[in-house]
Write a protein that binds this ligand. Structure first.
Ligand code: SF4
Length: 307
């Protein structure tokens, strides 16, 4: 059972919730819309899959502490809170009703994520249901990824967005940024190609590009076919971790995107609505601020309100 502790944000852009799970551990989850689209057109829910994260990426406030997996009930509890408070009958009218397993925690460490994916089409009445999962592709989780592929093919063909978080093409720097054993690019390419098979959606390769983090189009081309993979560039947000590790963003360097495009890749530069960035895009940050009783870094304008 999820117990809400605090929330912040704006109804017309994004709201962040801090809550306690059944076993007393804390997490955060988010809902957002993307102006000028209304909620009836697109509604995005982003939930936590672990309490903290054992990976400890250098720019992420979810890492650094880890106290376990979020149970199936509490994964659904995060979604139920957002869905049922707006649509008590569970009927979601949004043309695109997107659920992202992308807030706190590497989702591939939690098999309950797959149980929830199997259950969602019967839990909510929605023609617009879309799923999205972002992963660093941790080594040793091959069974998770095999089952994920089956679930996608059985239930979400054409309605599933899969993303690898790479952040740099320099392997040594990737090891530093993501201090955990992960698949290499070759394994990612093979799996991603399977995920893409028969689907119009390309697999996303996400780079939150920081200063001194190379993104070499030739390295990408060597492994990833632009027919199957699309590049998403996002800023490194001013998290507590990014600031203490001196990682800032070089997304304003236009040559990064144009070099990738010249190599044949489709590129999305995802800066997002400014207000949305201010209130909702940095995983683990709100929980950390709530627990420390500190304000958020980077000029955040929406303080957490206790519930
Ligand atoms: S970015 Fe993802 S994998 Fe890395 S510490 Fe944060 S939640 Fe974990």
């Amino acid at each position: 059972m999820i117990r809400l502790l605090a929330s912040t944000g704006r109804e017309d852009i994004a709201k962040v919730y801090v809550a306690e799970g059944t076993d007393g551990n804390r997490l955060e989850f988010v809902e957002s819309i993307q102006p000028p689209l209304s909620r009836d057109e697109k509604w995005v829910l982003i939930i936590s899959t672990l309490y903290g994260c054992p990976v400890g990426c250098r720019f992420c406030d979810a890492g650094g502490s880890y106290s376990g997996k979020v149970s199936r009930e509490d994964l659904l509890g995060q979604l139920d809170h957002m869905v049922l408070s707006r649509y008590p009958d569970g009927r979601v009218p949004s043309k695109k009703f997107k659920i992202q397993f992308a807030r706190m925690g590497e989702p591939a460490y939690n098999d309950a994520v797959l149980d929830v994916m199997e259950e969602l089409p019967s839990r909510y009445d929605s023609d617009g249901l879309l799923l999205s999962l972002s992963t660093i592709a941790p080594s040793g989780r091959e069974k998770f990824f095999d089952r994920l592929l089956d679930i996608k093919r059985d239930r979400y063909q054409g309605r599933f967005q899969f993303q690898f978080s790479l952040h740099t093409t320099d392997e040594e720097k990737r090891r530093w940024l993501i201090p955990s054993r992960t698949w290499g690019m070759e394994e990612m390419a093979a799996y991603g190609t399977e995920m893409r098979r028969g689907d119009e959606r390309k697999v996303v390769l996400n780079f939150a590009i920081g200063d001194d983090m190379p993104l070499d189009p030739d390295v990408l081309l060597h492994h990833f076919d632009p027919h199957d993979f699309i590049i998403k560039l996002t800023p490194v947000n001013p998290t507590f971790q990014a600031m203490s590790n001196n990682i800032s963003s070089k997304l304003d360097d236009k040559s990064v995107a144009s070099n990738l495009e010249q190599a044949g890749f489709e590129v999305i530069v995802s800066i997002g609505e400014e207000e949305e960035n201010l209130i909702g895009s940095n995983c683990g940050q709100y929980l950390k601020a709530y627990e420390q009783g500190t304000p958020l870094p980077g000029g955040y304008t929406y303080p957490l309100q206790d519930i």
